[in-house]
Design a protein around this ligand. Sequence first.
Ligand SMILES: Cc1cc2nc3c(=O)[nH]c(=O)nc-3n(C[C@H](O)[C@H](O)[C@H](O)COP(=O)(O)OP(=O)(O)OC[C@H]3O[C@@H](n4cnc5c(N)ncnc54)[C@H](O)[C@@H]3O)c2cc1C
Length: 364
Amino acid sequence: MLVLEIASGLREEGYAIDLMSSGYDVAKRMGIIPQLEAVQYPISKIENVNERGERESEMNYDLFRRFQKGRLLALMRGDLERELHTALSDDVEIRYELTIDDIQQCDSSVTVLLSDGTREHGALLVGADGIHSRVRELAFGDEREFLRYLGYHTGAFIFEDEAVYRRLDGTFKNLTVPNRTIGCYPLRDGKLATFFVHRTPVRERPDDIRTALRRTYGGLDWVIPDILDHCDDVDNIYYDQVAQIEMPRWTWGRVTLVGDACQAVSLLAGQGASLAMGGAYVLAHELRQDGPIEETLAKYEAHMQPEIEKKQAAGRRAAKWLFPPSQHHITVRNIALKATQFPGGAHLLKPILESGTESVVEGL
Ligand SMILES: Cc1cc2nc3c(=O)[nH]c(=O)nc-3n(C[C@H](O)[C@H](O)[C@H](O)COP(=O)(O)OP(=O)(O)OC[C@H]3O[C@@H](n4cnc5c(N)ncnc54)[C@H](O)[C@@H]3O)c2cc1C
């Protein structure tokens, strides 16, 4: 198997993800849960604070873990990528700093023209190249046909700042004001990770993301001015639209897609990585049955489609509670979270905390 990757190597930058449901199950079948447990962040709560840094409510992460029946790991995206990479078998070749410029296919094979001018042939081309997939563009056309913009932009970066580290006091904290949320959490080795989500009617990503972040979040108090000061000294800032990819079909002959390329659910659903791992497993499972390729890929799509639609709809419904548009929504969220601390109160959040436990690999 040949993997073509546009980056120059494994990427350390990124944000925290919850690995759960399908992702957890696939990791278990790969035998890498102990390795992931070794690099996870054993979060017990996420605090919502005001601009003075005072706690207004908290999300009990242990409760979330209980509702997920223990199948939940909080990981940095880079750590997950590295552990998956380590687990690859020897027959997988990875070539970095390469992308695909053209795809040609016949009944029995597919040929790709690479960005270095060389060509490669194979039985199947799988585009696992994320929400702005190049393979999808070449095979199915412009991304605007498939991308549903959800009205938010997001950014994230990793930085070092002793004073901010001390002020977090070992806790994952979020500041939410209407239409803007900034999270900050401590990592190992004195590092910190931060993420930003804000509502904007403008779909396009700004040309200068550092200026855009400073302009959008400047003026907020707590540790925000210190965080924004680091926009200039960090090498990598992740910045993107919050969006979903909706495709009725994502197979064209011997070309198919997996993960965000065909099924991005967005950070609102919070399960994109888990679903991507689940999708890859389902595709591999169908390929192992050794049937005719059209049938194999059709079965893979049919297996995935209902779960993708369900998770995308759930993500859209969660938007106003995850990133509240008004002070009223923030207050209601805080009251609901406080209620979970009382006996029986946890059941108020049961539908949310339990949602997404379904696994696409169950029974395979
Ligand atoms: C702030 C934030 C928080 C999130 N939280 C969660 C969470 O809690 N749980 C969760 O499960 N998911 C979460 N997600 C979503 C999750 O990160 C994605 O759904 C997941 O990474 C999708 O995996 P993927 O492999 O399909 O795509 P990606 O992770 O985007 O990987 C695509 C790969 O393809 C490469 N590539 C891109 N273009 C090309 C090209 N032209 N040629 C060659 N290679 C290319 C990229 O370099 C990359 O290695 C979150 C996302 C964000 C932004």
